[in-house]
Design a protein around this ligand. Structure first.
Ligand code: LRH
Ligand code: MN
Ligand code: MN
Length: 388
């Protein structure tokens, strides 16, 4: 079986942004295991990210995290990315690694600290102007550890005011995307713990403020595809941070723990008009590779997203609707499962070859010798890590 021309052309619309930090070393609080050839600076991270795009055709842009990817001249970094065949994408702010933010950033009681956090975001917007980025992604580590530690209502109000100041500085073609997370680093409450809070905050800001859904940021057994449906229905699903979780914010390879969940999410994305040219929901990865090689880890990740997208595109929508109208529970479910159980890998290999891409990107990259090359070239420098 080959893909229909409809499925084949819809697959061409896929773009998955890579996180620069996936190419640096990362680990747990127990140990960070380094990889030979790990990038020493943002330029090398982008070169590595470009390899993923070269072998898959799926990842034309790279997200930066500030200050992890701070450089003197962002125009130079932008040109480097373009030379490598990719663009600079989302700018992620960082208000979680500075001593001043122990008790919060945009929700902090202290005017000086709130000012510092707002100014950091304004600087990020300046960087976006230089990099040509559309999205400012804000994830706040703000929260408390103990009941009574602070006034939750006051924190919400201060955060709203600070977000407004940041939003007011966003350009006409730019967006503010607010990410939520149920817990960690705060363990009693987070100031943006769920999609509802993120939605309430961005709805108050305006049209160019939307929600980022990180697939690892929910309680176990949360129906994530329901949230996808609702945010698309409300026109507020700005972006995804894709990754996979077994326990908490594991940041493992997307689709690794539960490919069926990824499939269900993509079914709702397609249904809700969030895919490709239909809408402007950005697909991004937010992952780390603690023990596996990073570039192949990212290649595997984008292929997983592509594979589940292809399966979701195979859902027979007409038959599904008919079964739903008939109230035929098992038939409707069966139609979805038929698509999910279809092995699309041979068709995807053919689809790639038709487009001048390697049928097996994992193998083609392994055969390219790039990993051995960077291991030889990058000796002696200080490797970048998660946080540098
Ligand atoms: C927070 C988060 C957020 C950060 C990234 C490094 O857990 O998902 O997106 O910016 O991790
Ligand atoms: Mn994230
Ligand atoms: Mn996370």
């Amino acid at each position: 079986m080959a893909f229909s021309s409809h499925v084949a052309s819809r697959l061409e619309e896929q773009a998955i942004e890579l996180p620069s930090w996936a190419f640096g070393n990362s680990g747990t609080r127990f140990r960070v295991f380094g990889t030979p050839g790990t990038p020493r600076d943002p330029f090398e991270k982008i070169s590595d990210a470009a390899q993923v795009h070269k072998f898959t055709g799926l990842s034309p842009s790279v997200a930066l995290h500030i200050p992890w990817d701070k450089v003197d001249d962002y125009a130079v970094l932008r040109r480097h990315a373009e030379d490598e065949g990719v663009a600079l994408g989302t700018i992620n702010s960082n208000t979680f690694q500075d001593e001043d933010y122990k008790l919060g950033s945009l929700a902090h009681r202290d005017d000086r600290i709130r000012r510092k956090a707002i100014d950091h975001h304004l600087e990020c917007i300046d960087i976006m102007d230089a990099t040509g980025s559309r999205d400012l992604k804000i994830w706040l580590a703000d929260g408390t550890n103990y009941a009574g530690q602070d006034d939750m209502r006051g924190r919400q109000d201060r955060m709203a005011e600070a977000l407004q100041e940041i939003y007011d500085r966003i350009g006409e073609h730019q967006r503010l995307v607010l990410e939520y997370k149920i817990f960690e680093p705060a363990f009693y409450h987070m100031d943006v713990p769920d999609w509802g809070t993120s939605y309430a905050q961005v709805a108050a800001l305006g049209d160019r403020a939307t929600v980022c859904l990180d697939t690892g940021h929910h309680a176990p057994s949360t129906n994530i595809e329901f949230i996808v449906m609702q945010l698309l229905r409300l026109g507020k699903l700005g972006s995804f941070d894709f990754n996979s979780r077994n326990y908490a914010d594991d940041d493992l390879i997307v689709g690794a723990a539960d490919p069926f969940q990824l499939f269900r999410i993509l079914v709702e994305v397609l249904r809700g008009g969030g895919y490709g040219k239909d809408g402007d929901t950005a697909f991004m990865l937010d992952q780390c590779h603690n023990i596996e090689d990073k570039i192949p880890g990212q290649i595997r990740s984008v292929l997983n997203v592509q594979e589940m997208t292809a399966r979701a595109l195979l859902v027979d929508r007409e038959a599904l609707t008919a079964a739903q109208v008939e109230g035929d529970v098992l038939k409707a479910n069966g139609i979805l499962m038929d698509a999910f159980y279809t092995d699309v890998r041979p068709d995807l290999a053919a689809w790639r070859e038709e487009r001048g891409l390697p049928a097996d990107p994992m193998k083609a990259f392994a055969d390219s010798g790039y990993l051995a090359q960077i291991a030889a070239d990058r000796v002696g420098g200080v490797q970048a890590g998660w946080g540098a």
